[in-house]
Design a protein around this ligand. Structure first.
Ligand code: COA
Ligand code: MG
Length: 285
């Protein structure tokens, strides 16, 4: 399971080199918003080379391409897909159809190379345009490449002219809190992982930890990072702790002790089947 994804600007040799030693479950080599237009071509080449030469397992190497509607998108795919990254992040997805279009393009590229069904996964950012919010229920029909959904507030905020997406205390303003929650349920409706968005203030480990705890509590299983220092916090918070594992084992044991029971008692608390499901989910992690 991928808990921590670290964005690495694709045009920065220094950061690419540094990223090799960071314990993120996956790196996202970025060709989109962190790369100026003049550097797009260079970033594409550096990212493709990095995938082939870094020595990291392909499951840990992801690429954020430019949006489907951009001038760069097709060139990004043509340069990146042959090096078989673990996955592609699709920013500014407008609907599930955008994911299907990307999947078809990957199928076509793979067929052209004689590869029967390459395993490149897709992770769309599903809240970056206003229209995208109105088809969030449909990602279950995107096919086997769809691995997870994530969300972003900054582009959406800019699209609607919001003057801020966060309150003074760092919490999301109501429209963006809603969008976060919609992404969570859209991912679960599609049966894929829900990955929380970035914590932009990378010198705020306490705020990051709070955001990670809230995200994990609510059903996200990982989070995007923008700085190496954020990775340890994300890995730690999204991994079940010993206490949590022990409790989950006791929940399962309580049900196993009463075969056929739909409801049991543990430490004076009523447990029913959703508790058993959650305990198994924690133990399967
Ligand atoms: N990936 C890999 N290495 C990174 C990194 C990242 N995302 N962010 C910082 N580093 C490296 C720096 O290069 C520096 O390495 P050095 O000691 O060899 O010089 C070290 O980590 C410490 O970095 P620091 O000085 O604390 O930060 P910075 O000022 O260099 O960079 C940012 C700050 C925000 C510009 C940088 O973290 C960044 O580029 N993040 C990713 C941005 C991005 O991809 N955005 C798009 C998605 S929202
Ligand atoms: Mg963006």
């Amino acid at each position: 399971m991928i808990r921590s994804f670290l964005f690495v600007p694709g045009d920065s040799e220094r950061k690419l080199e540094k990223a090799r030693g960071v314990p993120a479950d996956a790196l996202i080599l970025d060709l989109e918003d962190s790369v100026a237009t003049a550097h797009k071509a260079r970033a594409r080449d550096l990212a493709a080379t990095f995938i082939q030469t870094s020595g990291l397992p392909r499951e840990r190497l992801w690429v954020r391409v430019n949006p489907l509607t951009s001038a760069e998108h097709a060139d990004d795919l043509a340069a990146i897909a042959p090096s078989l990254p673990g996955g592609i992040m699709l920013p500014k997805a407008r609907s599930p159809e955008d994911v299907r279009a990307l999947a078809r393009a990957l199928d076509t590229l793979a067929a052209g190379q004689g590869g029967a069904g390459d395993p490149i996964a897709i992770l769309p950012l599903v809240t970056e345009t206003p229209e995208a919010l109105f088809s969030l229920g449909g990602y279950g029909a995107c096919g086997a490449r769809l691995a997870a959904l994530s969300w972003g507030a900054e582009d959406l905020g800019a699209a609607v002219g919001a003057t801020a997406v966060r309150e003074q205390d760092g919490s999301w303003t109501p429209p963006f809190e809603m969008v976060r929650n919609l992404c969570l349920f859209a991912a679960h409706a599609a049966g894929v992982a829900a990955i929380d968005t970035i914590h932009a203030d990378f010198r705020d480990p306490a705020g990051l930890e709070r955001a990670c705890r809230a995200a994990r509590r609510d059903g996200f299983t990982g989070k995007l990072a923008i700085h190496p220092d954020q990775v340890e916090v994300i890995n730690r918070v999204f991994r079940p702790g010993e206490e949590e594992l022990e409790h989950a084992r006791r929940v399962v044991a309580a049900f196993e002790a009463k075969p056929g029971a739909g409801v049991v008692e543990l430490d004076g608390v009523m447990l029913d089947l959703p508790h058993l499901k959650q305990a198994r989910r924690i133990l399967d992690d």
